[in-house]
Design a protein around this ligand. Structure first.
Ligand code: SGN
Ligand code: CA
Length: 528
């Protein structure tokens, strides 16, 4: 009898304890699209409240110097998956195809026995490889009643995209995965991407508030010709809007500011966008926006007042969409708590890049200036990360793939260019890189941000704009965090400039970038 008890009850119990101890961690990798760190309340900018996202850092770590390698959507995702710079993984801009055949960390984890899923926005054409389950938006996806491609089959789902992405993720966690295996979930939101259509319950959030301009909203772009040439102004004049290349550039009355008939009496294309809404969704939208839009027209604003109105319309819509993202994070964290999975699950919140919330007068991203180079990173893993940890080392999205493999106990392929930051975040070791490298290629294109690359150290940044321009910029981030004063060629900085050029050359060499590659990507883009 004693033997029977040992075999039937005690041994399996001991075995399952052992299993739990050595079970590799689960990974929930949350990414939103265009979420500026300024709009995560944990970073202390006071614009909005994101209590659920903040919770990840309260119970884990907040990264104060999280950066991307190429501040645009699809390339950023390709870097995140492969752990390689754009010029190595081949996905340098939103336009070229991504080669799914190449290795990625989800494939590595799948090979090591993980259950893997990808839900939401990936923005890379073709069936995602490395995932047992995928439910992705085609391209940019729609805010209302979006299509999803579920394991390769397209289906329209009624509702709001952010909640649907959360529900599909929870459904996979609860009902679809093999619960005997560790899991990797990529839970990737479309919001807060342009054109910032909010969920019904948030259509009037912030209506009672007026946000002030950031200090450098009315930037004159002195000594910064590439910054002057962009087309991503929130408050462009009618002449600037009309002169923009293509129609996607500066903020527009219909698409961005959501007028059905603009203040000059012109019907906009936003009417067409509303056709996707159900009658109930449309009624809620009309109910919320008609009075605001009529009041704005009646006030006949001009100059600075008009700019302030546009800035507020933009920022409020943008922040409204984030509220739904934050709700979803709360639901997923609750699920992990309720099921007891929280302890052995790594949760990361990040964005595919940063975003301008009026700094330099802009929305969008692309530039190597701080607001778009930086991205929020918050991470929780109770087993190794102490609550309230602050990370000040320069981490890049390049590092996610090797870091996850490190935690999972899977060998990091030597071709990966990122580094595992596991020991940095557990404070076991503070040794880390002292410079990061950046590249941007998509030009000429919407928003007209010129091709550039550069290097950033803790204090300085050197940028080279090329192709139809040959301009260097340098910034002293300690003295000039808003990057308004280009100090390139200032005699007082001669030595630092030389040192930064050296770092720049070293970075290009280290990662395998070159003038020949720059030229190759110009040729494949211009002659595509
Ligand atoms: C769309 C947007 C742009 C945005 C790009 C890239 N215009 O073209 O404002 O910069 O996507 O964004 S919109 O008319 O579609 O709103 S990315 O995040 O996918 O790289
Ligand atoms: Ca993006």
């Amino acid at each position: 009898m004693k033997k029977l008890i040992l075999f039937v009850f005690i041994l399996p119990f001991l075995y399952s304890c052992e299993q739990n101890k050595s079970q590799p961690p689960n990974i929930v990798f949350i990414m939103s699209d265009d979420h500026a760190f300024q709009a995560v309340s944990a970073y202390g900018h006071g614009l909005n409240n994101t209590p659920n996202i903040d919770r990840i850092a309260q119970e884990g770590a907040l990264f104060n110097k999280g950066f991307v390698t190429n501040s645009i959507c699809a390339p950023s995702r390709a870097v995140m998956l492969t752990g390689k710079h754009s010029f190595i993984n081949g996905k340098v801009d939103n336009i070229q195809d991504f080669n799914w055949e190449q290795p990625n960390f989800a494939k590595d984890l799948q090979g090591a026995g993980y259950q893997t899923a990808m839900v939401g926005k990936i923005h890379l054409r073709g069936l995602p490889q490395g995932f047992d389950y995928s439910a992705v938006l085609p391209g940019q996806g729609h805010y209302y009643n979006p299509d999803f491609i579920i394991n390769g089959v397209k289906e329209r789902i009624q509702g709001y995209v952010t909640s649907i992405t959360t529900q599909l993720s929870l459904d996979w966690l609860k009902n679809k995965r093999d619960k005997n295996k560790p899991f990797l979930l990529l839970y990737h939101q479309k919001a807060p991407h342009r054109n910032w259509q909010s969920e019904e319950k948030y259509l009037t959030l912030f209506d009672d508030k007026t946000f002030d301009f950031p200090e450098n909203f009315f930037d004159d772009y002195k000594d910064r010709p590439a910054a002057a040439a962009q087309e991503m102004l929130i408050a462009a004049t009618e002449e600037q809007i009309a002169a923009a290349h293509g129609k996607g550039g500066h903020g527009r009355w219909g698409h961005d500011f959501k007028f059905l008939i603009d203040p000059y009496g012109r019907e906009t294309r936003f009417n067409k966008e509303l056709e996707r809404y159900t009658p109930k969704q449309k009624a809620a939208w009309l109910n919320a926006y008609t009075p605001k839009n009529e009041a704005m027209k009646a006030s006949k604003l001009e100059g600075k007042d008009l700019a302030l109105w546009k800035f507020n319309r933009y920022l409020k819509d943008y922040l409204r969409t984030i509220q739904s993202v934050d709700d979803g994070v709360g639901e997923v964290l609750n699920y992990l708590d309720e099921t007891g999975l929280a302890e052995n699950t790594i949760v990361v919140y990040t964005s595919d890049q940063g975003f301008y919330l009026g700094e330099h007068g802009w929305f969008d991203k692309r530039f190597m200036y701080e607001e778009s180079l930086r991205t929020p990173i918050l991470m929780r893993y109770p087993k190794e990360i102490k609550p309230g940890t602050q990370i000040n080392q320069m981490i890049q999205n390049l590092d996610f793939a090797p870091t996850f493999l490190d935690y999972a106990g899977v060998a990091i392929p030597k071709e990966m260019q990122g580094e595992s930051f596991r020991k940095v975040v557990s404070k076991e070791n503070s040794e880390w890189r002292d410079a990061i490298y950046y590249t941007y290629y998509e030009y000429p294109s919407v928003h007209m941000v010129k091709r550039h690359n550069g290097v950033r150290t803790d204090r300085y940044k050197l940028i080279h704009f090329y192709y139809d321009i040959d301009v260097w910029e340098m910034y002293d981030l300690e003295k000039d965090p808003a990057e308004m004063n280009n100090i390139y060629n200032e005699p007082a900085y001669a030595e630092i400039q030389e040192m930064m050029h050296k770092r720049y050359d070293e970075m290009r060499e280290k990662y395998g970038d070159s003038d020949a590659l720059d030229k190759q990507f110009i040729d494949s883009y211009v002659n595509r």
